[in-house]
Design a binder for this molecule. Structure first.
Ligand SMILES: [Zn+2]
Length: 380
């Protein structure tokens, strides 16, 4: 049977369960989807939302289904932690207030609340009553890493739906099946997308993103011969390219807002504008994390070759560059460069300016691998 649940790749049990819930018309009000990053929970939550809201149990083609798939349906709301370390109590309070408002287009409203393992005791307490007795037209889908990482008071109020860990080789197989990508492309996309299969599929399908990956790898290789000015130019180019997809997101947001403005009150429009701004900032952070993930996978490959295991290289298309670096750098330098990359990830998460983060990252990697006077040293 072809339906929206087909898209939940690598999770046959979840598919069967959600299908039976819809087929028997037994949609509950509070679910907790648990599973590691990359197990397709978010995608499953959106597919489930389509099946709940669509008058045809999730046809995938009607206006509601398409809006939900594009994540632009006003009655399917997605939330992720806005604090650096988790949900803010104020954020949860505004969700609780929102739950009481009537749906805009559909007969039901769905709240997808990501990373509930980052819901602290205070924020959770603000949410318990809503979770226990949501309004009749509301379905709440919580997403968390493991049952143990979510507060028991939350777990006990939900029906838990466990997602399995999808092993990397199986994930690559799924990506290749869906895109026709080569093995190293699937591996590279999976690495750049923090193990998320659905994002990796988008990544592989995007010429622009695959081109970005190639350019990041070229630049990291070029650091061996770069002077300070080169490094700063590279960094600014990378920040600009990393953020290129934001223009598309911005244009989509504006289009959706102009489409919805006719049936929305001014206050609701302001809320959507604020939400869009937060979504843009989250997307910007995710794009920069892609950049660091690509750099990390290159450093890891050089380290692997230094350790004599060159058959385990992931970035097969730049094997020659990796081997070039491996004969010029040592293991402590690589370990330090990996550490610097992790620190950059933290700085990005804490909203340090992207330009500063990437400038520092590139300068420090060059310094760690090739020393400050890299141009003359590499030429020897
Ligand atoms: Zn539909």
């Amino acid at each position: 049977m072809a339906d929206v649940f087909e898209r939940i790749l690598g999770q046959p049990n979840v598919r069967t369960f959600l299908r039976s819930v819809i087929a028997n018309d037994r949609v509950g009000q509070s679910y907790l989807f648990t599973g590691p990053a990359g197990s397709n929970k978010t995608l499953a939550a959106y597919a489930f939302s389509q099946a709940i809201i669509c008058s045809n149990n999730g046809c995938g083609t009607c206006d509601d289904c398409r809006r939900i798939m594009r994540r632009r349906h006003p009655d399917v709301r997605y939330f992720a932690p806005e604090g650096a370390k988790g949900y803010l109590v104020s954020q949860i309070r505004s969700i609780v207030e929102d739950v009481d408002r009537a749906p805009i287009r559909a007969s039901r409203k769905i709240y997808i609340i990501d990373r509930v393992d980052l819901l602290g005791v205070q924020a959770a307490n603000a949410f318990l009553k809503t979770l226990e007795e949501p309004p009749e037209d509301v379905v709440i889908i919580l997403l968390g890493r493991t049952v143990d990482s979510v507060l028991p008071t939350i777990v006990s109020r939900c029906q838990t739906v466990p997602f399995r860990h999808i092993p990397a080789h199986e994930a690559c197989g799924i990506i290749r099946q869906n895109t026709g990508a080569l093995e190293f492309q699937a591996v590279a996309a999976l690495q750049a997308c923090d193990g998320s299969i659905s994002r990796a599929i988008e990544f592989v399908r995007s010429n622009e993103r695959m081109g970005f990956r190639t350019r990041v790898l070229e630049i990291v290789h070029s650091l061996a011969l770069a002077d300070d000015l080169d490094v700063l130019q590279y960094a600014s180019e990378l920040v600009k390219d990393a953020q290129a997809p934001l223009d598309v997101v911005r244009a989509e947001q504006e289009k959706d807002l102009s489409e919805s403005s006719e049936y929305l009150a001014k206050s609701a429009i302001r809320q959507i504008e604020q939400k869009n701004k937060r979504a843009l900032s989250a997307r910007s952070i995710a794009n920069l994390h892609q950049l660091t993930a690509i750099v990390r996978s290159w450093l890891r490959d050089v380290l692997i070759v230094c350790g004599g295991a060159s058959d385990l290289i992931l970035n097969e298309d730049v094997r020659a560059d990796i081997e070039y670096a491996a004969v010029r750098v040592d293991v402590p330098a690589l370990v330090y460069a990996l550490h610097v990359t992790d620190e950059t990830d933290d700085a990005i998460t804490y909203n340090v300016s992207p330009e500063t983060c990437i400038d520092v990252l590139m300068l420090q990697i060059r310094e760690a691998l090739y020393g400050t006077n890299s141009a003359s040293k590499a030429a020897i």
